[in-house]
Design a binder for this molecule. Sequence first.
Ligand SMILES: [Ca+2]
Ligand SMILES: [Ca+2]
Length: 307
Amino acid sequence: MTLFILSFFPTISVCPKNGCRQQLFNPYNLLNLKFNELLCILFLLIPFATPLTFDFPNFPYNINTLSLEGDASFEGQFLRLTRSALDEATTVSVGRATHIQPFLLREKATGKLADFTTSFTFVINSQKHYPYADGLALFLAPKGSSLNRTLGQGGSLGLAVENPMTGASRAQYPVVAIEFDIFQNTVQSVDDPVEDHVGINVNSLKSLVTKPWEGGIADAQVNSATVSYDSKSKNLSVAYTNYMNGVQVMRYLDYIVDLNRYLPDCVIVGISGATGQEFALHKITSWNFTSTSLADEINVKKSANSV
Ligand SMILES: [Ca+2]
Ligand SMILES: [Ca+2]
């Protein structure tokens, strides 16, 4: 059983130099391990977040590091967030994909935040139908949070945020998101601009800031976006493609937001999408992510070495 468990923890790099690497894979020597070696094993058995790096240039069926919820599915070489055109109903569809490994956003002792950057390419296709809905969102949320199919549908873009007709949005758990919104929700709690738009959201579907987006939805254009967070300036930014008379141009949107105030130390990254009474097809064709290392992990190594 011990060997079975250890085989799921490839993060052997937290072990001290000249530490327990060899013994880890020999269950018969466990009783002879020194204390620091046992501590090393303990670190392996207790899940903790590390920096996260991944790169999916496409999405073959056998990816097991992404968790798919709701209507999300792998199809061919891409990741579908909402139902496909082959499904009987493409409306009222919700799905999301998250990486199974959380990452360390904040060092507990100092409050220092990690930098991260993520790029993805995607196609939202209304099949020349108009109006279309609803769009997708790149988000950070607490480790262990999951899709809420009811709250996530339609204008919530797969996020667990309730949007009452009056008053403010209510998030089921903390969420920071970049939205690509293709349907105007006029309820007070969302208050979308008239045009398709990109927005930066914190615990709400009412964006802190928006900018128009011409994504070529009716023509199924391929779009790309790069979302970055600079922990020093607290600047959350997104660079994204637009199609002006068929010509691709880049736009840029940013907002100063202290993620310390809104998210826990350990978070997951995901992309969600939804349809409501209107539809569009939402697919992701590539996705990469990287976050920087924080001192907590250095402390883990120092602790192990100092025993
Ligand atoms: Ca909307
Ligand atoms: Ca919006």
